[in-house]
Design a protein around this ligand. Structure first.
Ligand SMILES: CCCC/C=C\CC(=O)SCCNC(=O)CCNC(=O)[C@H](O)C(C)(C)COP(=O)(O)OP(=O)(O)OC[C@H]1O[C@@H](n2cnc3c(N)ncnc32)[C@H](O)[C@@H]1OP(=O)(O)O
Length: 281
């Protein structure tokens, strides 16, 4: 066991090379030649809401970055007001059963890819990060955020029962009583409030500063062995991902059943109406 682990570590050292990654329209990936850090920019106008295609693009961008042996991932947005508005609510409204199942599987896979990524992950939160937008940021190892934005998981406000893997993402970052209150209230935090509860690590004044802080964070692992780091991270995070890794079908079935209930569909209709009304004012 020890010998195979040592072998893996040596292999990891040798394989740490740098290369450019491809981008899709929905995601832009730039790799810094010197540091090997990949900046993954979410680019789905208008507000980076996650539909099936976007979840797929995010997952494959992350996998590609990992397979190119980059030294870390910085997740950010091309929109200077919105990091991500979470799941595309249109995917949940009166859904086509097949598409909904595919969509939900992509959500699960994107989450596992990010949460258990082998490389250091950091979120440069340069806009609002709501619901799954917040989940993506919280799944990273480090977060910095610009002032005057909001972040949180407000699913209970539009009738969604928060699934265990989402609860676990919060629990990786926040203490249990804080998670309980935040999720039950559907609390959305301001940047300052998020700093106070340690949902984010630092407040920064510009996107450039955010990217620099994230790069410094990733650079702080320069002296560690990437494979030892990755295996240790996996060990620490595995208990939170266990349920989803071992039995994704049950989570899928429960989510699909719930999304199709009249209770959730009615609640979602009302919420979408409010969202549209806000824009007509
Ligand atoms: C795993 C499940 C459990 C976890 C819980 C939930 C899963 C989710 O992620 S559900 C997603 C919940 N997200 C939201 O409720 C965000 C709602 N959006 C907003 O509050 C604002 O749009 C936001 C603050 C992000 C940005 O504000 P603005 O910059 O003012 O933009 P607009 O509000 O004008 O939005 C532009 C356009 O996009 C539509 N929109 C916004 N968010 C979504 C979304 N999540 N899904 C679908 N569509 C969205 C919005 O209605 C506008 O549309 P138009 O009026 O047609 O222009």
């Amino acid at each position: 066991m020890l010998r195979s682990r040592t072998k893996l570590i040596e292999l990891g050292k040798r394989q740490l090379c740098r290369s450019m990654c491809k981008s899709s329209e929905l995601t832009l990936v730039e790799v810094d030649d010197k540091t090997g850090i990949a900046t993954l920019t979410m680019n789905k106008p208008p507000v980076n809401s996650c539909n099936l295609e976007f979840l797929r693009a995010l997952k494959s961008a992350m996998k590609e970055i990992e397979s190119n042996k980059c030294s870390g991932i910085i997740l950010t947005s091309s929109n200077d007001k919105v990091f991500s508005s979470g799941l595309d609510l249109n995917e949940l409204r009166q859904p086509n059963p097949e598409r909904l199942a595919t969509f939900w599987k992509e959500l699960q896979e994107m989450w596992v890819t990010l949460y258990l990524s082998n490389v250091p992950t950091a979120a440069a939160i340069n806009g609002h990060a709501l619901a799954v937008g917040c989940v993506m940021a919280a799944a990273c190892e480090y977060r910095v955020m610009l002032p005057d934005f909001t972040i949180g998981i407000h699913a209970t406000k539009f009738g969604y029962v928060v699934p265990p893997f989402i609860v676990n993402t919060y629990l990786s970052v926040l203490p249990h009583p804080v998670v309980e209150r935040a999720l039950l209230q559907g609390k959305i935090f301001s940047t300052q409030e998020a700093l106070q509860i340690n949902l984010i690590d630092e407040v920064v004044n510009s996107k450039d500063e955010a990217l620099c802080k994230c790069a410094d964070f990733i650079g702080s692992f320069e002296q560690t062995n990437p494979v030892a780091r990755a295996l240790t991270k996996r060990q620490l995070r595995a208990p939170f991902a266990k349920q989803l890794l071992e039995d994704p079908e049950t989570e899928l079935r429960e989510s699909l059943e719930y999304i199709n209930t009249p209770l959730f569909q009615e609640s979602l209709d009302q919420y979408l109406l409010q969202l549209k009304k806000k824009n007509k004012k």
